[in-house]
Design a protein. Structure first.
Length: 243
């Protein structure tokens, strides 16, 4: 029994939020919580499989490795889904309360209108301007366009995550990105799993990259930790009065 203790107690860090999450941000919190529960279940499945075959040390099997990969993918998906929901539900309020977020919106609008000379982007800029002018509420239309831009793609890099933080008027360190290279490494692993099946055709015995439990847990915890920080900081901005 004692041999299995270190394996049996494996689980992800608990989600940690500061303050009560405002109504507008609750759906985003729910997404992150569900993703965290699922990632923890995958980790528990990994532990169960290891204990069933009485593996207290040594290399994990391909099936066990897949459970670790799925755990990280779920953590990344949870952060992606949470961030996009947070943008959809709170960006309008944050822009009205935070000067930095409003400046980000203004920069986006100016860039869309400007386009590029003598290219199809110029036509796109004219159409964008036409949509603003003909809308019943120009600011509402601009924010909708901004939200569409911010949520249009998959969250696959540290730069994209920093961009989302900037849209809320937040610096990288405010949402827990103290080391951009470390953050990008996590996304690189996630992308390799999703887009390349974690293949390593140069391997002599195995043809997929071998992932360590401790590293994959740390990576998943980093993603969920950033999700908590982003949600907490946006929640603080929602508590401020409109400017």
């Amino acid at each position: 029994m004692s041999k299995k203790t270190s394996v049996s107690t494996q689980e992800l860090d608990e989600l940690s939020f500061t303050g009560q999450v405002a109504g507008e941000a609750r759906n985003a919190r729910t997404i992150l919580e569900y993703a965290h529960d699922t990632a923890n279940s995958l980790l528990a499945a990994y532990v169960t499989v290891r204990e069933t075959r009485d593996a207290t040390a040594g290399t994990s099997t391909d099936q066990e490795q897949d459970l670790l990969r799925a755990m990280l993918v779920m953590a990344a998906a949870g952060l992606d889904g949470m961030a996009k929901q947070l943008i959809r539900d709170t960006m309008s309020s944050v822009v009205s309360k935070d000067p930095s977020a409003k400046e980000g919106l203004e920069t986006f609008v100016a860039r869309q209108i400007r386009g590029a000379p003598d290219t199809p982007e110029t036509v796109i800029g004219f159409k964008f301007l036409a949509r603003l002018i003909t809308a019943a509420c120009q600011q509402k239309q601009a924010i909708e366009e901004y939200i569409r831009e911010l949520t249009g793609g998959s969250l696959q890099s540290a730069d994209e995550l920093i961009r989302i933080g900037n849209a809320f008027g937040l610096k990288p360190e405010e949402i827990g990105i103290d080391d951009k290279r470390k953050m990008q490494n996590v996304f690189d692993i996630r992308n390799m799993i999703i887009h390349e099946l974690d293949m390593d055709l140069t391997g002599r015995q195995r043809k997929r990259v071998q992932r360590k439990l401790a590293d994959m847990k740390d990576n998943a915890n980093l993603l969920f930790g950033i999700g908590c920080r982003l949600l907490t900081e946006v929640n603080k901005k929602l508590a401020h009065p409109a400017t």
